[in-house]
Design a protein around this ligand. Structure first.
Ligand SMILES: CC(C)(COP(=O)(O)OP(=O)(O)OC[C@H]1O[C@@H](n2cnc3c(N)ncnc32)[C@H](O)[C@@H]1OP(=O)(O)O)[C@@H](O)C(=O)NCCC(=O)NCCS
Length: 156
């Protein structure tokens, strides 16, 4: 499915909020905000990110807002993240969006983290050239417990 990345508009935020409150998506992503239903916290978080040097992009498919993708964090430790509306899963959107984001952001290395059982995300990262470098255990809010995660690195 052909996609376009563009800068985030204010009107995208309610769409992201809905997408990021889907229970199946939250369970999959695992490492999520403490209370994803807290709209004030969500807005404050996006306001901080939009004022930073993070690269935040809205994913459009056929003109619809179908998700978001970002490069965030401190120089030298920058990580990628993405989220696709569940209604659009399995159409190659995350893979295409991450590839487009990586073309836009030349700095390397870049890092990523995914729950060890997030097969979809790990596959997206592998297809875009990320390689696993470490395993860690962290508290996953969406699961209310310790969860294993994989750290990945993109060199070129
Ligand atoms: C993970 C996520 C981004 C994948 O988005 P998507 O647009 O469906 O991914 P794609 O269609 O590009 O799929 C890429 C590959 O992953 C595979 N895949 C996708 N979801 C999968 C799943 N749940 N289980 C196993 N494989 C999966 C696809 O089959 C495809 O592999 P292939 O090319 O070898 O056939 C999406 O499910 C999502 O937003 N999940 C919730 C948020 C999240 O987990 N974000 C990442 C945090 S680290």
């Amino acid at each position: 499915m052909p996609i376009v990345l563009r800068r985030v508009h204010d009107s995208d935020l309610p769409v992201f909020f809905r997408q990021m409150n889907d229970p199946e998506s939250l369970e999959m992503a695992a490492f999520t905000p403490k209370d994803p239903t807290d709209r004030d916290a969500f807005d404050a978080h996006w306001q901080t990110m939009r004022a930073s040097s993070d690269v935040l992009r809205t994913i459009l498919a056929d003109g619809d807002v179908v998700g978001s993708a970002a490069v965030y964090g401190r120089p030298g430790e920058r990580e990628v993240t993405y989220w696709v509306d569940r209604a659009y899963w399995g159409r190659g959107i995350a893979t295409e969006a991450l590839s487009a984001l990586l073309s836009e952001v030349p700095e390397r290395p870049l890092f990523a983290r995914a729950a060890a059982d997030n097969a979809g995300s790990l596959r997206v990262l592998a297809k875009c050239g990320f390689r696993p470098t470490a395993r860690a255990v962290g508290f996953a809010n969406a699961r209310g417990g310790e969860t294993e995660e994989i750290v990945l690195r993109l060199e070129t």
